[in-house]
Design a binder for this molecule. Structure first.
Ligand code: CJB
Length: 808
């Protein structure tokens, strides 16, 4: 494009934008608020996406290519405007025009709400996978719930977490299209009776309660290509908003009660990460989007397949993201048998061939099991089908392993009066995968070993990945520019090309530029902390960051105790030689998770102590950033020097924050857990700092005992001092962290915090030494970026295509 063509395009953009402002606000540009500017831009974006979207759908409706449907109870998509602009290839143009029109581009983008439709890694992974599928031109769609309230907004008041409702829809959401014509009726409760209709046994559902699932579709635009896939989020509505007979009889409250009961289903996201709390409403949610999603898939498939179900599983993959959508199996069976008139055998073949299942956690408290009575009552036909799936599965088992009652019992989907959802998902899927090599091994050898013995060929491993567009190109534009200037722009289609950066691994000029980018990102975060935390930090200090959900197994506690120890060392020796450090934490605790909330309180108390002690001469700062979400994450990752990935080995299935940090040049300080092991493989041992018990050692202690935290306490005066400080008032008058203290000593430190303390302190020392040698540090940092290609979600999607969905 020559410069006059570009000027014409810019003039056209400005004219359209000005007109749009009038349309959306009734004001001229000069009087339009930032919100209206954002809405105008969003409408323009949608206008340029929708025709490509329609074309993509027309293509898909020809039923030529295999379609993948991700069923997930969470999709943590983040703000979309920047992705759309960059994927359309117009971001620079819009930025330039905005500046020329005197508009604040970043402030306009900040008007967008950040939909918190997920808790953490699980939901964010789905968003990255949608992004990658579209980028690769692969037909893949999401099916989930349009929660009216996303994950709560976290405020920190007096050092404690306070939860505030997240009303993300309050200004409307411009990137969704409501499609009431595609609504589906969902039936709960009632009774099932069988009838013989024309010689066929038919199951009839009576006296059910019906609610309506209404889809809202969000376009997922591919990076600089023609593909626009869909994320379909279902909203619950009453069939009739208003019960007129009740109203006419004067029962005014009854007249609207049904409405709010129906709407309750998609009202709120359960705020538990890696935890299961067994609420009836959650089970309703699970069936809600499963039933609605499957119905639409079948309607669309038949429409483009001469009204026939032939070849369904050759063309449709239903991917079950953790066990929350595990009812996909029995629901597809129900539709195939009760609505399509197929027999059990045929339906089962189709179901198993269509379903694949990814497990995301081995924590026992997160594995879902629903009480039989609850399931039977709420979903009577589904329960009947689960019983039959189980009966047949146990029969097969008995044939293969005769009289092995223990095995039969432990693998039974229905056991001890519960429906075990992971077992259901495994039995009804042709593939089961873990999300990192170690995790998949633990699934095979421990968690699902019984199933592995029965179905060895069904088990796979696909290591997670993250979107390089969101977490590198769009959130770290300066690094993107530096990479482009160094190795050319083609790495945007193949992240493995980042390896070319290794050509610069000894280039001092490149070092300077690379360090300048990091510093600039640190300054951006430092400004954020000055503004929101009122803490001044030195951008040249080590930014040592742990951001993720607060959970015992993720061991923010280990980090916090070490900060306290460092504080003690500095108090003892104010001349201690060390690079200044800024320890940064962020993350939400589930509202009912007392211990995790205590950990937040502890971190903020340590921050108070440390940040207000002038004798430390700014060598140590601690910051807890409130309300960690995707938008905040995008500012944090590019600014990190150290990525804290310190879970108890064997507990973190993969982790994905570790990959986002690495891509932005942070050095991983980690245990040999989840994908940290693969980060080590990718960068080599000299570019990572690892420490701590291995998963095997943890497993051994858990199985056979032999660890006594009190022994460590008694032998280590550093630990004694730190633990006493938890309860002796050091951290604030009247503040005592007795529960944490007890968990470590009285209850024998279930997550091996004290056991790993020494190794962690040594590793932190090593970090200090490395950082004080800038050449080594920069070299490590560049190596991390250069070797991060394998953690692109494009690679993960390619693996799924090949191994799981068998799409060549
Ligand atoms: N995960 O975020 C969640 N929530 C859960 O309930 C269970 C697991 C996380 O999933 C990520 C994506 O696979 C993993 O990287 C992470 O280790 C796991 O905790």
């Amino acid at each position: 494009m020559n410069s006059s063509e570009r000027e014409n395009i810019k003039a056209a953009y400005k004219a359209t934008f000005t007109k749009k402002i009038e349309e959306v606000s009734g004001n001229c540009l000069a009087d339009a608020s930032l919100l209206k500017q954002y809405q105008a831009l969003a409408e323009m974006v949608m206008e340029s996406i929708t025709s490509q979207w329609a074309k993509t759908n027309t293509l898909y409706n020809k039923n030529e290519s295999k379609q993948v449907y991700f069923f997930s109870i969470e999709f943590l998509i983040g703000r979309l405007m920047k992705s759309y602009l960059s994927n359309l290839g117009v971001e620079e143009l819009v930025q330039e025009c905005s500046a020329e029109m005197g508009l604040d581009y970043e402030a306009i983008l900040a008007q967008e709400s950040d939909p918190g439709l997920g808790n953490g890694g699980l939901g964010r992974l789905m968003a990255c996978y949608l992004d990658s599928s579209s980028a690769m031109g692969m037909p893949a769609h999401g099916n989930g719930i349009r929660y009216k309230y996303g994950l709560f907004e976290q405020r920190i008041i007096n050092g404690e977490q306070i939860e505030v409702a997240d009303n993300w829809l309050k200004n409307g959401y411009p990137f969704e299209i409501r499609n009431p014509d595609k609504s589906v009726i969902i039936k709960y409760y009632g009774q099932i009776h069988s009838e013989n209709i024309n010689g066929n046994l038919t199951f009839v559902h009576e006296n059910y309660e019906a609610i309506m699932a209404v889809p809202y579709d969000i376009p997922i635009k591919g990076y600089r290509n023609e593909t626009v896939n869909s994320l379909r989020l279902w909203s619950a509505e009453p069939l009739e908003a208003f019960d007129l007979p009740s109203f006419n009889q004067g029962h005014f409250l009854n007249a609207v009660r049904h409405k709010s009961e129906a709407e309750a289903i998609s009202q709120i996201l359960y705020p538990n990460d890696n935890g299961f709390d067994g609420k009836l409403l959650r089970l309703k949610q699970e069936y809600f989007f499963v039933c609605a999603g499957i119905k639409r898939i079948i309607v669309d498939f038949k429409r483009s397949n001469n009204n026939s179900m032939d070849g369904f599983s050759d063309k449709i993959c239903i991917h079950i993201n953790d066990t929350h959508p595990a009812l996909c199996g029995p629901e597809l069976m129900r539709v195939l048998m009760d609505e399509e008139g197929l027999g059990w055998e045929e339906s089962w073949k189709i179901t198993v061939a269509a379903m694949s299942f990814t497990n995301h956690t081995v924590l026992p408290e997160a594995l879902e099991k629903w009480p039989v009575d609850m399931m039977k009552d709420l979903l009577p036909r589904i329960y009947m089908i689960i019983e039959e799936i189980n009966r047949r599965f146990l029969l097969d088992l008995d044939n293969e392993f005769p009289h092995d009652l223990d095995r039969n019992h432990s693998l039974s989907i229905i056991r001890d009066n519960y429906v075990h959802m992971a077992s259901l998902a495994i039995v009804s899927s042709h593939s089961i995968n873990g999300v990192a090599t170690l995790h998949s091994k633990i699934l095979r050898e421990e968690t699902f070993n019984g199933f592995y013995q029965v179905f060895p060929k069904r088990f796979y491993s696909v290591t997670n990945g993250v979107s390089p567009r969101r977490f590198l190109m769009n959130s770290n534009p300066e690094l993107k520019t530096l990479i482009n200037d160094s190795i050319g722009p083609d790495w945007d289609h193949n992240l493995f090309d980042l390896k070319k950066l290794l050509n610069y691994i000894n280039d001092p000029v490149f070092y300077q530029k690379f360090d300048a980018v990091k510093l600039s990102n640190k300054v951006r975060l430092a400004n954020y902390m000055a503004r929101y935390n009122n803490v001044t930090v030195d951008p040249n200090s080590i930014f040592d960051i742990q951001v993720k959900r607060i959970h015992e197994y993720k061991r923010q506690l280990l980090n916090a105790l070490h900060v306290l120890y460092l504080y003690n060392r500095l108090k003892e020796n104010p001349n201690l030689e060390m690079a200044p450090r800024t320890f940064i934490f962020a993350g939400k605790a589930a509202p009912g998770y007392y211990y995790a909330k205590e950990v937040i309180k502890l971190i903020t108390a340590i921050a108070e102590l440390v940040n207000n002690d002038p004798s430390l001469h700014d060598k140590l700062k601690v910051v807890f950033l409130a309300n960690f979400n995707v938008s905040l994450a995008e500012i944090i990752y590019p600014a990190a020097n150290i990525s804290e990935q310190i879970s108890t080995a064997g507990k973190e299935a993969s982790g994905t924050g570790n990959m986002k940090f690495m891509m932005n040049g942070a050095i991983t300080l980690g245990t040999m857990d989840g994908a940290n092991i693969e980060i080590l493989d990718a960068v080599g041992p000299s570019n990572i700092v690892s420490f701590g018990l291995s998963a095997d050692e943890v497993h051994h202690y858990q199985k056979y005992g032999g660890y006594r935290s009190i022994d460590i306490f008694e032998q280590d005066p550093r630990i004694q001092q730190v633990l006493h400080q938890l309860i002796d008032g050091t951290l604030g008058y009247g503040l005592s962290f007795q529960a944490i203290y007890d968990s470590l000593l009285l209850y024998n430190d279930g997550y091996f915090v004290l056991k790993d303390f020494n190794a962690y302190a040594d590793a932190q020392n090593q970090v200090d030494h490395l950082f004080r040698n800038p050449t080594i540090w920069t070299k490590m940092s560049i190596s991390n970026v250069a070797n991060s290609g394998i953690f692109s979600s494009d690679r993960s999607i390619a693996d799924y295509q090949r191994e799981i969905w068998k799409i060549i």
